[in-house]
Design a protein around this ligand. Structure first.
Ligand code: ACO
Length: 194
């Protein structure tokens, strides 16, 4: 995804983490440059949010700069710094955050939890199935020090279900009433009576 400004100047690493302040990591500059940069980051977040929604057939974006500003979520952006004749391009995004959820295990026992969640995940159509999704996901797991099986996933697409099965061996997704999906290892192990 290309923009009419220089992405490589704003995002100087292959994967950057953005949060509610919309300030790119390593930003240096005066107040005017900051304002200008935040506006550009906002444009990037809105554009990639729209592209993700379109790819998932959602009626409207679930990721936007406004939503990010009002949350504690993290947005990881995958950057190709060499694309677009050196101006750079944004290749994908992954948004995570904790959510308060009621979830049921296979026995019907319910749990009130606030797990880390996968909220939105998208790789640009031109770059899917080339390992970039895994690269971005691995980065997130490392940064957040979380096991993929301990995460809840908001309305996963079939592609994401397959992705999680292929790369992390997760199978038998348990769809919850709130449309989140969790896997077997999500629940605490039950004590067996001796
Ligand atoms: N059909 C079936 N499985 C797919 C597809 C597809 N079109 N695309 C990716 N996968 C799965 C497969 O397991 C695939 O392995 P395979 O090619 O050997 O079959 C594996 O993902 C490929 O792994 P990566 O290359 O690392 O994944 P990719 O870079 O394509 O990123 C992602 C995965 C994010 C799901 C991407 O395909 C995408 O953006 N899809 C469209 C949007 C989407 O469905 N996002 C998830 C929405 S749900 C949510 O965000 C909570």
């Amino acid at each position: 995804m290309e923009f009419n400004f220089n992405i490589a100047d704003i995002f100087n690493q292959p994967i950057v983490e953005i949060n509610r302040d919309l300030i790119p990591p390593g930003f240096r500059g005066d107040r005017r440059t900051l304002w200008n940069t935040v506006n550009k980051v906002s444009e990037v977040v809105n554009a990639i949010g729209e592209a993700s929604a379109a790819a998932q057939g959602l009626p409207k974006p679930i990721t936007s700069s406004e939503r990010l500003k009002n949350s504690e979520h993290k947005l990881y952006l995958l950057i190709d710094q060499h694309a677009n004749a050196g101006k750079g391009a944004v290749t994908g995004m992954l948004r995570t955050g904790a959510k308060g959820l009621y979830v049921f295990d296979k026995e019907g026992q319910h749990y009130q939890v606030s797990p880390p969640c996968i909220l939105d995940f998208y790789i640009h159509e031109s770059s899917q199935r080339k390992g970039l999704g895994r690269q971005l996901f691995q980065h997130m797991l490392h940064k957040e020090q979380v096991d993929p099986g301990k995460m809840a996933i908001d309305r996963p697409s079939e592609k994401l279900i397959r992705f999680l099965n292929k790369h992390y061996g997760l199978n038998s997704p348990m769809k919850q009433m709130n449309n989140y999906v969790v896997y077997e290892g999500f629940f605490p192990k039950k004590q067996t009576q001796s």
